[in-house]
Design a protein around this ligand. Sequence first.
Ligand code: PDD
Length: 295
Amino acid sequence: MNRIAFVNGQYTAQTMAAVHVEDRGYQFSDGVYEVIPVMGGKQIDGIGHLERLDRSLRELKIARPMSDRAMSMIIDEVVRRNRVRDGWVYIQVTRGVSPRDHAFPKDVEPALVIYARPKPATARRQNAENGVAIITAPDQRWARRDIKTVSLLANCIAKQAAKEAGAYEAFMVDGDGMITEGSSTNAWIVDQEGRLITRPAGNEILNGITRLALIALNQELGLEIVERPFSVEELRDAREVFLTSASGLALPVVKVDDKVIGNGRPGSISTRIVETFERYVSGADTNIAAGKTVA
Ligand code: PDD
């Protein structure tokens, strides 16, 4: 199938789309992005993702290419043109094209790319049912991890280490031995008292839209959520461990490095969370994280 992308104002065959050699995203990773899950043909938490995109753009003083409303319509159109039922939409905004110079250029047009890919829900469902293994790896990123920039090399290195270890994800560890987050996911533990613990939003982590969705969905679950850093030891000794992200929703973790968590099967609290997400994404209102993203 000929895939269609929206590139700088036009719907284009993806194979024909090109990036300028002096696009600042390409040269300086001077750009931001979002990944919006599509389930049953619908955007999941699309409003929340666009709110976070606006925040990332503001933090880096990159011009906003268009209103959220206009962008959301284009996202729906890209989903439609590519006949995606289950998959994701990728949105990238870079500062634009300008003669190479580290300082921000003046009056440059931001460059916008939106494309979509199908991804069957089967792999996610299997991971949710069986749980996944993770490793721990050093967090080698910069100091503004709250901004969703395309500067992902340290994340890629951590994910590659996970892959080479046969694991799904790497939870990254800061200089104090505390977990920040996964290379492309947020990290959670359940302590012996059944409390959910996750690192508070701040410059050290990306405030995941799925993380925020879980905090909102917890009105239904009624669990105690404690936002504080947790250590590698607490992770290894946790009653349950799980991760959240747009592509996986919530996935139970059953092994951390060489340590089996619980009995090696997804725990009861993680399973309730997985089920709650499944109900949420198949429901009518799929924007529970909206309004909660802007710090
Ligand atoms: N990753 N932390 C990091 C470093 C991430 O890159 C992501 C998302 C998350 C989870 O955020 P959300 O719930 O909004 O997806 C946390 C996306 C999926 C990616 O880069 O593919």
